[in-house]
Design a protein around this ligand. Structure first.
Ligand SMILES: C[S@@+](CC[C@H](N)C(=O)[O-])C[C@H]1O[C@@H](n2cnc3c(N)ncnc32)[C@H](O)[C@@H]1O
Length: 236
């Protein structure tokens, strides 16, 4: 009743009340928003959705060992022998296990869920945040979980801040990360052209896309025409 009255009253002056959409959509881009009734960011909701998703798929492994071996060679070719790397959003920790095997250096994984404590070299940590000891001290970063970010601009800046100059941040981007695939669990979706544009724009001359690498072993793409790339971003 009050709502109807307010609506009609406002419409007389050319205003309308609309529900805040739960996602931002632009051509080639989708980002789910987690908003409390008072309009502020609902971090607890985001975190709980991620933790529930993590626990429901705790035995799944998306990363592929051959691809990690391929990336290890690439990292050595571009930046030399690394000492320290971080993988972000690692669930049961396979990618840090494989990077350690091929690179013979210290590699840790971050995981937002409390399941992190069950897996070696994994810490419970939200990848949008940084630790002081990581800043300008990390040789490489790898993630196939960028689509789980609630704020990809903040997230990528945080990751790049950790890199040494010349260090690589390798982001897996596949057709499963297209805007139409975004959900509350995978809040960020972008098509390939858009993500390359966004990284270039957000980089502001401090980082840029160095190379787009075809993923050697593609698995679980949702359709036959799917694509899979590693986007190698380099800190300048
Ligand atoms: C698609 S799964 C990928 C898991 C693993 N990398 C693999 O290859 O199987 C995404 C993982 O990222 C975790 N995650 C989501 N948001 C995160 C965040 N903000 N910080 C750290 N981990 C996060 C999820 O809990 C989940 O385990």
């Amino acid at each position: 009743m009050i709502k109807e009255f307010t609506k009609r009253f406002l419409s007389r002056f050319g205003y309308e009340i609309r529900k805040i959409p739960n996602r931002i959509e632009r051509p080639g881009f989708t980002l789910y928003r987690f908003i409390k009734k008072d309009g502020t960011f609902d971090y607890e909701k985001y975190k709980q959705i991620q933790i529930d998703g993590n626990k429901s798929k705790i035995d799944w492994v998306w990363a592929v060992e051959e691809n990690i071996a391929f990336l290890s060679d690439y990292i050595k070719k571009i930046s030399g022998q690394p000492k320290f790397g971080i993988c972000h959003g690692t669930r049961n920790g396979k990618e840090q296990e494989w990077f350690r095997k091929y690179l013979h250096c210290n590699v840790i994984g971050t995981e937002i869920s409390d399941t992190a404590e069950h897996f070696p070299h994994t810490i419970q940590w939200d990848f949008h945040e940084t630790k002081p000891e990581w800043i300008n001290a990390t040789d490489f970063i790898y993630s196939n979980s960028f689509d789980h970010s609630y704020n990809p601009h903040k997230c990528l800046n945080a990751w790049i801040n950790c890199l040494k100059t010349g260090g690589l941040c390798i982001i897996e981007h596949t057709s499963n990360n297209e805007p139409s695939m975004a959900t509350e669990l995978d809040p960020f979706g972008a098509d390939l052209v858009q993500i390359l544009y966004l990284i270039t724009r957000w980089g502001e001359g401090k980082y840029c896309v160095r190379e787009l690498l075809e993923v050697p072993v593609k698995k679980n793409l949702l359709d036959n025409v799917g694509y899979a790339y590693f986007i190698a971003v380099q800190k300048l």
